[in-house]
Design a protein around this ligand. Sequence first.
Ligand SMILES: Nc1ncnc2c1ncn2[C@@H]1O[C@H](COP(=O)(O)OP(=O)(O)OP(=O)(O)O)[C@@H](O)[C@H]1O
Ligand SMILES: [Mg+2]
Length: 242
Amino acid sequence: MELINVNGVSKKFMKDGKEFYALRDISFRIEEGEIFSVLGPNGAGKTTLLNIMMGILIPDSGSVRIFGKNAGSSDVMERIAYVSGEERFHWALTVKDILNFASILYGVSNKKGRVSEIVDFFGLQNVFNSRFEVLSTGEKMRLAFAHAVIGSPKILFLDEPTLGMDPDISIKVRKRIKSINKDFKTTIILTSHYMKEVEFLSSRVAFINKGKLIDINTVKGIKRGYPDLERYFMGMVGDEAA
Ligand SMILES: Nc1ncnc2c1ncn2[C@@H]1O[C@H](COP(=O)(O)OP(=O)(O)OP(=O)(O)O)[C@@H](O)[C@H]1O
Ligand SMILES: [Mg+2]
């Protein structure tokens, strides 16, 4: 079933006194249950696109419909959640405080039961009473996911979920993303500039560069069409993939 319809989205920003297209005429659809990636180099327009899909940013033209409704409408906002690689909570709050508060914020019916279910699922039992400041990077990330899914969102948006993490933690985070998709049946949309991450996680990929949708395909299909892509993402090839 179609969940998200991005139709002809364009967005301009000003840079050095001149207007430029951060996104130009982007269209695609996302099915329920997918892990869908937006792949592209720095500055491609990934975060801008994600913010427009979440209804935080208004496009200059085009539209985004989610569950058949406009992105940004309260009906939609209630059913989506967001995590970025830089998720932060107040240093003095404990895991318990943060999750209890989230359960109230999201209007969870069985608050205690849900908090303990989520704590178990994300392996946060040992740090339940610990303050945010003492958590390891991996624990902080698990907490960010726990916080995002406690209200059972239908869609989870992830902006560069493993940015700056060491390889061991990145692997764990990716596995966690897969299990959220599978066990909670959450549709996941993520941005990344790691080819390997996208390949591990997602069935379909929108490859964007300089605000343009270059291709939308499986990772294999994109690699076939753009054999230089892997080198390109390692920063060894200039603008040739554009
Ligand atoms: N509010 C803004 N005002 C002006 N320019 C902006 C604004 N937000 C983004 N941009 C510019 O739009 C372009 C796309 O930015 P965006 O953050 O969407 O890229 P990205 O693909 O997420 O990059 P990264 O991989 O570095 O996160 C960049 O050139 C950026 O400088
Ligand atoms: Mg970004």
